[in-house]
Design a protein around this ligand. Sequence first.
Ligand code: PNS
Length: 160
Amino acid sequence: MKHVRAIYPGTFDPLTNGHLDLIARGAKIFDELVVAILRNSEKSPLFTLEERTQMIADSTRQYQNVTVASFEGLLVDFAREQQASAVLRGIRAISDYEYEFQMALMNRHLAPEFEAVFMMPAEEYSYVSSRLIREVFQLGGSVEGLVPGVVLERLRIKKG
Ligand code: PNS
């Protein structure tokens, strides 16, 4: 039997319910799903790599086949290292498509052995992005219901 390990890469600053929805879908169809946090993508992230790792691990505890890792450099190099065969990404709206299309084809150019797999999150999260969560939080708005409980808790602690 074929064992398919997929990588779900991203910045996850912070993890949203949209990400979590995609992880649940990915965990259903892949044998193993590695949530991979890109290191050093932002000069001043809202959450450190350790905090993001912890929040993802806490929020995905119920999935036996989901693990959390981090990577630096090219995604395809990490995918090779992990002996993965697919890269999972979420597409919310047409606006995501162009960027994802370019990345998928560049990754295919670099490493034709990986397949890019796209899934749509539940429509209730189709407008949720980490960038908007950060912005709304920093401007004092509520993000309740849009991020997992552990993220909400840590945001509250940050606010003081
Ligand atoms: O959550 P994001 O910010 O949309 O995730 C983007 C990510 C991490 C998937 C992308 O920036 C990435 O893969 N970066 C690693 C560097 C790399 O491989 N670049 C070439 C991809 S075409």
